[in-house]
Structures are given as C-alpha cells and as structure tokens.
Design a binder for this molecule. Structure first.
Ligand code: B4P
Length: 190
C-alpha cells in the first residue's frame, strides 16, 4: 500500500495534481475540500456544519473533519493506497491520521509539498473564482485569510513530517505536466 499526503497552501495545485497521480498510481484520492463541497451542495448535516467556516476561509473544526476523513477511508477499505489532499491541516489531524493508519496496519509513506509564492496563489485563486462559483475564491480578503490560516495552523506540519523523515518539497510553479513529473519522481523513489 502507498499512502501519500499532498501538501501545500490553498491554490498550490493539490487538487489539480491529485487527479493525475491517482490514475498513474491507482490510488484513491480523498480531497477533504471536495467532500465538504459535495455535502454543502446536498445540504447534509455535515455540509451545514462546514459551510460557515469554509465561506470565511477558516478551517472546519478538527472533530468534524477527522470523523469525515475516517469515514472516507473506511468506505475504501480495499484500496491500493490513498492520496490525501487537504488533510491533515492541523497537528491534531496529523496525529489522528497516524492512528487511523496504524489501525489499518499501514502508514503514511510521504508528505509531498507543493511550494508556490503567495502572490501566485492569490492570482490563481482569483482566476478560478471567476468561474468556479466557490465563495472562498471570490474575494481577495478571504483568499488572503486562507493563506494566513495556512501559515498559522498548517505549515507547522512540515516539521512534523520532517522529523519522521517523510517530508519532500517540490517546486509547484511551472506547467501542470512538469509538476506531475516532479511529484512522480518523489513517489517513484519511495
Ligand atoms: P481545498 O478544497 O483543499 O482547496 P484549496 O486549498 O483551494 O486547493 P488546491 O491546493 O487543491 O488547489 P487547486 O489544485 O484546486 O480547501 C477548501 C476549504 O475547505 C478550506 O479553506 C477549509 O475551509 C476546508 N477544508 C478542507 N480540508 C480541511 C481540513 N483538513 N481541515 C479543516 N478544513 C478543511 O488549484 C487552484 C487553482 O490553481 C486552480 O484554478 C488550478 O487550475 C490552478 N493551478 C493548479 N496548478 C497550476 C499550475 N501549475 N499553473 C497555473 N495554475 C495552476
């Protein structure tokens, strides 16, 4: 089993790259953002809980997010491995993921981080906001808040996985194909 965390700030291309990598390596892609958006669209209890946090560019509380992730992993118990996209985003989520992997007799093999300058992130997300209908992409203030939340709450996870010798940084600027190549080199080396 191969389990990869695709990491990086909002707009760094996690979702974009996960789409290619899941095909190439036959992995199940779990995007916490996509699962929340699906639930919001379908007005489920989970969607109603997540909605107000996401609209402001805040993180959805850990308890809700960890429960949801755990359910998604359980739904795919015969998977060849996972790409976690957008999870973990806090220390508590990283620890919960470790326990979940232990319970399944497997482990996280690598955290691969897409590195992109903040101004490029803002540009990309504003561009996507023109057509995506995502409220969190529509407003520069909300986008900058998401980036701030990333630095305040999420970026620290780099050290967490560095200590476990599982962290790999990859330049996230360039063509989508080139970035897929860079990520593939890391995964192939595992
Ligand atoms: P996510 O859905 O994870 O969204 P993201 O950070 O915006 O996206 P990503 O990095 O995947 O960027 P993408 O490929 O789409 O999170 C949204 C919200 O959900 C969070 O703010 C939070 O509220 C909540 N949430 C999710 N997970 C959570 C958790 N674990 N805990 C708590 N809350 C959680 O790319 C962005 C744009 O860039 C696209 O338009 C793309 O086309 C473009 N792009 C990609 N690669 C490019 C390249 N190489 N060159 C040019 N453009 C590129």
């Amino acid at each position: 089993m191969t389990n990869i965390i695709l990491f990086g700030p909002p707009g760094s291309g996690k979702g974009t790259q996960a789409t290619f990598l899941k095909e190439k390596y036959n992995l199940v892609h779990i995007s916490t953002g996509d699962v929340f958006r699906y639930n919001i669209k379908n007005e489920t209890d989970l969607g109603n809980l997540a909605k107000s946090f996401m609209a402001k560019g805040k993180l959805v509380p850990d308890e809700i997010t960890i429960d949801m992730l755990s359910n998604e992993v359980d739904k795919n118990c015969d998977a060849n491995g996972f790409i976690f996209d957008g999870f973990p985003r806090t220390q508590a989520q990283a620890e919960a993921l470790g326990h979940l992997m232990d319970d399944k007799d497997t482990q996280i093999d690598a955290m691969v981080a897409l590195e992109v300058d903040d101004e490029i992130l803002v540009e990309r997300l504003l561009e996507r906001g023109k057509t995506s209908g995502r409220t969190d992409d529509a407003d520069e203030k909300i986008i900058r808040n998401r980036i701030k939340v990333y630095y305040n709450e999420t970026a620290i996870l780099k050290e967490y996985y560095q200590k476990l010798n599982k962290f790999h940084g990859v330049d996230g600027v360039g063509s989508i194909e080139d970035i897929t190549e860079r990520l593939s080199k890391v995964i192939d080396s595992l």
